[in-house]
Design a protein around this ligand. Structure first.
Ligand code: OXD
Ligand code: MN
Length: 632
């Protein structure tokens, strides 16, 4: 088969919109969707690519793109003996993470974007973007990627189309979404979310990229929630460029969910089965890099308990006809943080990434395998770092960038849930919130009702990590773990959550829990013995839902009685268990003050129900420790 360029370059595109079949290859004969045809034409005119390729998602197409990227040195093939069908990409040091300060929500009014988003007037932003995108794909191929978020045909799924000038994005999108002809067939004449992406580096005739193309001075990740469009310029990395993920599945979808009565959440979805074969599904929201992926792929230490993976990052949830909340994972792959991933911390992830994986910004060993900090003890000799340096030149750099990633198909995970592809989704019994907190927040507690559960979502906060720009270690409020991902005013978002209480029978909604595995003792050591033991907390939640585990009521919620939590064989001292399951009233009163202060940013849109919940919490705490506090 000829190269992609030859196969795709000669579309009689502008003149007639019918695509020629070439070389007997699978090409899309006809685009029946008027909006798609017109949009492709518009983008072609604006961006002036050398050629256009409509992706069909086949193995053949993927293999050709990978081969071309290897030839142009933008991918390094890994040794087939260690990582078959796997590749390493190295980005620029100026393009290694999501860029929140360059991410914009351009709703018609600033009040719709709210205080947690960067707002710009949509018309002004459009004209700025149009000037940036003018001619930006010169010398490049423009790829058109039709994709489905969620199992094709699911009533919870949505279709999007990404146009990009990055073949790296195409190959990653093929892992992350259900992409290609099937998605295009499902689109028919329906609406879709147009996602336009360019690395922002036109190529002069005959020139090639020298390294990872990006335009660090001009990064714009822009969302138009009213018209449901995404424009992204200047970055080729992760959520800035794989527009199906954070941009569509969270920022735009959260707006869709508000308009249509469903939820688009930054949540993992897992199945949990007890030794009698009884199964439930939980969703869980933690801020970036707090161990969501590890929890989603947990191998429980408890005999007979099985955890299965539906999703590691995003959940779309809709009320079913039976009144329960059903969730799908809109994604088909995982874009996981590599450093810290090991056979100890996440054996199922290590199994999943044994093949068919694209690694970005990890180290390269001499025998053609990958390495990162936390994979095992010492780096192998002469390991090349993520920038391609070795020896002296690499002394002050980590081997892998702290936000280095693997892109891998979920179906490759040994514990993938049998319902992963079920268009109905899975019924969610519990929703967990949590963050990385060294103090204050105990191991686990249960909400009293949906409204209290919504309040718990608003109080999520965590210490900073490498997944996003910003100081590492500093406490950051991150309500529902959605702070960087909510496409509209967060006050309205809280009200949207509260509204579910009235949409049906609230007793059928999931119960909300709050967890914290990261408590530390005075000397800085973790109190909870390790990630693998988190299955014990999941077991307690499972049994609470079944009415077989006991709890005691505390000012913050219901907490396990020490005997209801399975701590067998852990050898935890009574003192440690006490610390894990204590409500530190003084610390919580300080937390209440902190929240009163934080909540002020939401202004008038902050729901009165949440203020009431805060007052109830404060009153219950004061009851235990009568010290006056400032009113909100
Ligand atoms: C992610 C994130 O990449 O949340 O999933 O930052
Ligand atoms: Mn995430």
């Amino acid at each position: 088969m000829a190269s992609i360029k030859r196969v795709v370059s000669v579309f009689c595109f502008l003149s007639c919109f019918s695509f020629r079949e070439m070389d007997g290859s699978v090409v899309l004969k006809d685009l029946q969707n008027d909006k798609l045809r017109l949009w492709i034409e518009e983008v072609q005119e604006l961006c002036e690519p050398d050629q256009i390729h409509i992706c069909d998602g086949t193995e053949e197409e993927n293999a050709l793109l990978l081969k071309e990227m290897v030839e142009t040195k933008s991918l390094i093939p890994l040794h087939g003996k260690f990582r078959p069908n796997s590749f390493l990409a190295r980005s620029s040091f100026e393009d290694v993470a999501r860029v929140e300060d360059r991410t914009f929500i351009c709703s018609s009014s600033i009040d719709d974007a709210g205080p947690t988003n960067n707002w710009k007037d949509p018309n002004e932003m459009k004209s700025l973007l149009k000037s940036l995108f003018k001619g930006c794909m010169r010398g490049r191929t423009m790829y058109v990627i039709p994709f489905s978020m969620g199992p094709i045909g699911s009533s919870i799924a949505q279709i999007g189309v990404e146009i990009t000038d990055s073949p790296y994005v195409v190959c990653n999108m093929r892992i992350m979404t259900r992409m290609g002809r099937e998605a295009l067939n499902a689109l028919k004449d329906q609406d879709f979310v147009p996602c336009l992406h360019s690395v922002g580096v036109p190529l002069e005739a005959g020139k090639m990229d020298n390294g990872w193309p990006c335009n660090p001075q001009n990064k714009y990740i822009v969302h138009f929630p009213q018209t449901k469009e995404i424009w992204s310029y200047g970055s080729g990395y992760g959520g800035n460029a794989l527009l199906a993920k954070k941009c569509f599945a969270l920022r735009i979808a959260s707006q869709m969910g508000k308009e249509e009565g469903w939820l688009a959440e930054h949540m993992l979805i897992l199945g949990i089965e007890n030794p009698d074969g009884k199964k439930k599904y939980f969703a869980a929201a933690f801020p970036s890099a707090c161990g969501k992926t590890n929890l989603a792929m947990l191998q429980s230490s408890l005999p007979g308990w099985k955890i299965t993976l539906v999703g590691d990052d995003i959940a779309w949830m809709k009320l079913g006809e039976d009144g329960k909340l059903y969730a799908i994972n809109p994604e088909a792959g995982m874009f996981g943080v590599a450093p810290g991933t090991s056979f100890q911390t996440n054996p199922n992830a290590m199994e999943t990434i044994k093949s068919d994986t694209i690694f970005t910004n990890v180290g390269l060993t001499q025998d053609g395998d990958v390495w990162w900090e936390g994979m095992d003890k010492d780096p192998p000799k002469n390991c090349t770092n993520w920038l391609g340096d070795m020896g002296e030149a690499a002394l002050d750099q980590k081997i892998a960038h702290p936000n280095a990633r693997y892109t891998t198909p979920i179906k490759g995970c040994p514990t993938v849930d049998p319902a992963f592809d079920d268009p109905k989704g899975v019924p969610i019994s519990a929703i967990l919130f949590g963050g990385r907190r060294a103090s204050v927040v105990p191991l686990v507690f249960e909400s009293k009702n949906w409204r209290h559960g919504t309040f718990l979502g608003t109080i999520v906060s965590s210490e900073g990590t490498a997944a996003a720009n910003g100081p590492i270690g500093k406490l950051r409020h991150d309500p529902f773990a959605m702070l960087p991902f909510c496409g509209y005013h967060m006050g309205d978002y809280f009200s949207h959550w509260l509204s579910f209480e009235k949409r049906g029978d609230p007793s059928l909604l999931p119960t909300v829990y709050y967890v914290n595995w990261f408590l530390k003792d005075g000397s800085g050591s973790f109190l909870w013995p390790g990630f693998r033991e988190n299955g014990r907390v999941l077991k307690w939640i499972f049994e609470r839902l079944d009415g077989t585990a006991s709890a005691e009521s505390t000012p913050i919620g219901n907490m396990p009685t020490p005997t209801s939590l399975d701590l067998n064989d852990l050898n935890l001292s009574i003192e440690t268990v006490g610390k894990l399951l204590t409500v530190d009233v003084g610390a919580w009163l300080n937390e209440v003050e902190e929240l009163k202060n934080y909540y002020k940013i939401f202004g008038e849109k902050f729901p009165s129900e949440i203020v009431e919940e805060l007052h109830l919490l404060e009153a219950a705490l004061v009851d235990k420790n009568p010290k006056p506090t400032e009113s909100f």
